[in-house]
Design a protein around this ligand. Structure first.
Ligand code: SF4
Length: 369
C-alpha cells in the first residue's frame, strides 16, 4: 500500500481494505473486481459495508464467511440495510432477507439487492464463538435464535457430565451469556436454576476486553452473588467461556466466601487453546489459561471443584452445522486461512521455547511469518 499511495498511513485494518479497493477502482476495475482483490489479497475475517463515490451501496464477506453479515429491507421496500446481526433489523422494523454467503458481494439499487458470488467458497468457516458468546441471544443464525442454540449447549453438557449432575444441588449462571445454557441445564437435569447471581444494570463495560486489574474489579462491581442462596449448597455454575480465567476466579471466590460447599463449572465453549487472528481479543498464547493448563489445573487455579467444558463435537452438533462449516481454530489449533496457521504455528513454537510475548502477536514484528 505504501508503494501505491505515498500518503498511506496505517491506522486500522479497515484502512487497508479501503485502499485495496481504491487501488483496483483507480486501475479501471469495477466494484466486483475491487471486492475480489480484497477477498483474494487479504488473509482474515472481514464483513465489509460501504458506499462508493458514485453512491453505490454494497456489502461483501471474506471467502470463508468468518463473521456474520445479513441484509434486510423496510416494509415499503424503499430502504435497504446490512447488519452484522438480525436483531438490528428487528429493532428497526426491517424485514430480514438473507445472510450473505462467504465470498459474496451484494449491491443495492432501486430494484433491490443484486447478489454476485465473487469467489466460490473454498471452505466456509463461521466463527463458533459467535454462538457461545458474541452474538446477541435474540439474533438469528441459520434460521435459529442464538439463545436456542445456547440452551442446547446446556443440555449437551449435562448429557456429557452425568456424575456432576448427581452431585449438584442447584444451578447458577454467570449472567448474561451463561443464562441461556443454564436454562438448558435446568431442563435436562431437573435441578433448580437459582437466580443467585445478579448483574448490575448500569455497569456495562465488557470485562472481556479490559486490562487485568480493571477486569477483576469490573466483575466485582458487575456481578452480585446472593450469599444466602448458595450457602451450604453444591452449585453448578454455567459460563460461556474461560479465556484468561481471572474473572471466573473472582466469581468463585465470592461464592466460597458466601459458604458454597462445592462449586462446579460448566463451560459451554470448549477449552480455548490458541489465539484468534480474526478480530477477537485473544491474541497471545500466554494470556490464555487453556493454552497453558489442562482442565484439572484450571480448576485448581480458579478454585473450582471441577471444570467441565462442552466437547467440540457437542458444540458442533448443537449449532446444527458441521465441522466443515465452522471456524474452531481457537479450540482446535486448525486455522481456516494459511497466514493465520503459519503465524499460530510460529508463535506456538516460540511460546513453548519460553519466548515472552510482548504484545498482540500480529502486531509484533518478530511474529511475522
Ligand atoms: S479463532 Fe475462535 S474466536 Fe476467532 S473466529 Fe475462529 S472460532 Fe471465532
Amino acid at each position: 500500500m505504501s508503494e501505491n499511495f505515498s500518503d498511506f498511513l496505517y491506522t486500522c485494518d479497515s484502512d487497508i481494505v479501503c485502499h485495496k479497493m481504491l487501488l483496483a477502482l483507480t486501475h479501471g476495475k469495477d466494484l466486483a473486481e475491487a471486492a475480489r482483490s480484497v477477498m483474494e489479497g487479504l488473509d482474515g475475517a472481514f464483513s465489509v459495508t460501504g458506499i462508493t463515490g458514485d453512491g453505490d451501496f454494497f456489502a461483501f464477506k471474506d471467502s470463508h464467511g468468518i463473521k456474520p453479515l445479513c441484509a434486510g429491507h423496510d416494509p415499503e421496500g424503499k430502504t435497504f440495510a446490512f447488519s452484522s446481526e438480525t436483531v438490528s433489523l428487528d429493532i428497526n422494523s426491517f424485514v430480514r432477507d438473507f445472510e450473505l454467503n462467504p465470498g459474496e458481494l451484494v449491491t443495492v439499487s432501486k430494484e433491490g439487492f443484486k447478489r454476485i458470488q465473487i469467489i466460490q467458497n473454498p471452505k466456509p468457516a463461521f466463527c463458533a464463538f459467535e454462538y457461545a458468546y458474541f452474538a446477541r441471544p435474540d439474533s438469528i443464525f441459520n434460521d435459529k435464535f442464538v439463545y436456542e442454540i445456547r440452551e442446547e449447549f446446556g443440555r449437551t453438557i449435562v448429557r456429557e457430565n452425568p456424575e456432576i449432575i448427581k452431585d449438584g444441588d442447584i444451578i447458577m449462571s454467570v449472567p448474561e451469556t451463561g443464562d441461556d445454557p443454564a436454562m438448558g441445564v435446568h431442563e435436562e437435569s431437573g435441578l433448580r436454576w437459582e437466580r443467585a447471581s445478579r448483574r448490575h444494570r448500569y455497569v456495562t463495560e465488557r470485562a472481556f476486553i479490559l486490562l487485568n486489574a480493571e477486569r477483576c474489579s469490573t466483575i466485582d462491581r458487575k456481578i452480585n452473588i446472593l450469599g444466602s442462596k448458595v450457602k451450604d449448597k453444591r452449585v453448578i455454575i454455567t459460563e460461556d467461556s474461560v479465556v484468561r480465567g481471572d474473572t471466573t476466579k473472582v466469581i468463585i471466590e465470592k461464592m466460597r466466601k458466601s459458604g458454597a460447599k462445592k462449586v462446579y463449572l460448566f463451560v459451554t465453549f470448549p477449552r480455548i487453546i490458541g489465539p484468534c487472528f480474526y478480530g477477537i481479543d485473544m491474541s497471545t498464547y500466554g494470556q490464555l489459561v487453556g493454552s497453558r493448563h489442562n482442565p484439572e489445573e484450571i480448576a485448581k487455579i480458579i478454585d473450582a471443584d471441577k471444570v467441565c467444558y462442552q466437547s467440540i463435537e457437542g458444540l458442533i452438533r448443537a449449532t446444527g452445522q458441521t465441522e466443515d462449516q465452522l471456524c474452531l481454530a481457537c479450540v482446535t489449533g486448525k486455522y481456516p486461512t494459511p497466514c493465520a496457521q503459519k503465524m499460530a504455528d510460529a508463535m506456538k513454537k516460540r511460546f513453548q521455547e519460553g519466548y515472552e510475548e510482548k504484545s498482540r502477536i500480529y502486531e509484533s514484528e518478530e511474529a511475522q511469518p
